[in-house]
Design a protein around this ligand. Structure first.
Ligand code: PMP
Length: 465
């Protein structure tokens, strides 16, 4: 479905803690008319904060190269880039120089995304490093450790069991070699919060380090490297209301300093010479620049810093309390529908961020999501959410290959082929969540009003109807 017009939806007051772009965008309904788009897929990519956009727009005319030019705008851009590093360090509670009894402070390395950050760390693992991950992780946290011995831990059924499982696995490992635990702060499938502090304590007690995948946590809760006592944290700007292609890996400097540069090129090298024998000799930087070769994404980094400031000023307590209300609206609004089953590892009442996945008896997830979009103007995600082992486990068996959509028709109680995920955040007005609840109720009760078919693996409204 394509966006048809952009209008000022003056008739519809939008109440959300922080204004975001796209709040007035309308989309056509397959059944006729238009509606303001309800973006309920924040867990995939959140809309830009208006404030982020304004800050980017204010800077854009002054754009210049970073670390590379003598001109005024280059110097201004370099200052902005390094200011952003300080803002992000503060936002993430990084340890100052000499902090944590480790003799040196944390480092903030700018990357493209969480995936990029975790791949950077994977490329910096010391020889012989063992890696421990839960099978519940997003693929970005599950897969980068290709050069390490990876132990994939069973999905826990409670936060306590997560800690016990990790402790058992670490107790069995070779005690003196380097080890890394990679864990998510909030699941991109269930939204559930993981016991990061306790897992960090368990890792450290067994001589291992820990990296926190905060892709889903940072947009919803404060993340402090210092308070959680994690060694690194990774996040993405596009989930943090700053969709301009930046990400972060923040934390301990030593493994990063000792590793080969992630990318080889300008900016990472301090001094390059051609030897007599015709080979090239390089002296690499040992700060963050070592892993930031190439011209930095100053707009993306400036946007990320702007989002950090906006979220901090709004206050995570306030934001989380509002989000709790929205979660309750969804849960209470659908509680009496036996056809709707929410996916959860730790139980329905476990603390979570505004990310909820569910299956609907008799519906394929892609069909349900297509109907939400085409008939109600609601954007959600369906499928296995780049966390295949977790979602397969929660669905109760391996989903079959996708077939034709067009159900209902499958028998209630039959295994779903994929789940539906609804997610929201600081720009979500109540109306979007209320419309979602109403839409789910109507679809479950009355079925879809349109027919759908599968095109290129996606369920879409049948234009020939
Ligand atoms: N970890 C989690 C928990 C995620 O939800 C995602 C994105 N869905 C990622 C990592 C990867 O983030 P990105 O695609 O921005 O690299």
């Amino acid at each position: 479905m394509s966006v048809s017009t952009v209008s000022t939806a003056a008739d519809r007051p939008v109440r959300a803690p922080l204004p975001v772009l796209g709040r007035d965008v309308t989309v056509p309904l397959v059944t006729g008319g238009e509606v303001v788009h309800a973006a309920l897929d924040y867990a995939a990519s959140a809309p830009a904060l208006q404030r982020v956009w304004d800050d980017v727009a204010a800077y854009a005319p002054h754009y210049g190269s970073v670390h590379r030019g003598a001109g005024h705008l280059s110097r201004l851009s370099t200052d902005l880039f390094e200011d952003a590093r300080r803002t992000v360090a503060e936002f993430l509670g990084c340890r100052l120089e000499g902090g944590g009894g480790r003799g040196e402070g944390d480092q903030v390395v700018f990357t493209r995304s969480t995936t990029d950050s975790l791949n950077l760390l994977a490329a910096a693992l010391p020889d012989g490093c063992e890696v421990f991950v839960f099978e519940t992780e997003h693929h970005a946290a599950l897969l980068p450790w290709r050069n390490a011995r990876v132990t994939c831990l069973d999905a826990p059924s409670s936060p306590r069991q997560a800690v016990e499982t990790l402790e058992r696995a670490l107790a069995d490992r070779h005690p003196h070699g380097p080890a890394l635990v990679c864990v998510t702060g909030a699941s991109n499938v269930t939204g559930e919060l993981w016991p990061v502090r306790e897992l960090a304590a368990a890792a450290h007690a067994h001589g291992a380090r820990i990296v926190l995948d905060a892709a889903q946590l940072a947009p919803h809760r404060p993340v402090s490297v210092r308070e959680l006592d994690v060694d690194w944290v990774a996040l993405s700007g596009h989930k943090l209301y700053a969709p301009f292609g930046s990400g972060v890996l923040a934390g301990r400097a030593d493994w990063l300093r000792e590793a080969e540069p992630y990318l080889a090129g300008g900016g990472a090298s301090r001094r390059v010479t051609r030897r007599e024998d015709g080979t090239v000799d390089v002296e690499w930087h040992d700060g963050a620049a070592r892993h930031e070769a190439g011209s930095p994404n100053v707009i993306g980094v400036h946007a990320l810093a702007s989002a950090c400031r906006a979220l901090t000023e709004a206050g995570f307590d306030t934001l989380a309390a509002r989000e709790e209300q929205l979660i309750r609206t969804v849960r209470d609004g659908l509680a009496d529908l036996p056809e709707v089953r929410f996916l959860s590892l730790f139980g329905d009442d476990a603390p979570r961020v505004g990310v909820l996945s569910f299956v609907v008896a008799g519906w394929d997830g892609s069909h349900f999501a297509a109907a939400l979009s085409a008939e109600y103007g609601i954007g959600v995600r369906d499928g296995l959410f780049c966390a295949h082992p977790l979602v397969r486990g929660l669905l109760g068996g391996g989903p079959r290959d996708r077939g034709e959509c067009g159900a209902p028709g499958t028998v209630p109680g039959e295994k779903a082929l994929g789940a539906v995920r609804v997610s929201f955040g600081v720009g979500t007005p109540d109306e979007h969540v209320e419309r979602f609840v109403r839409a789910v109720r109507e679809l479950v009760r009355d079925g879809a009003r349109w027919s759908y078919r599968t095109v290129d693996g996606r369920c879409v409204p049948d234009a020939s109807r």
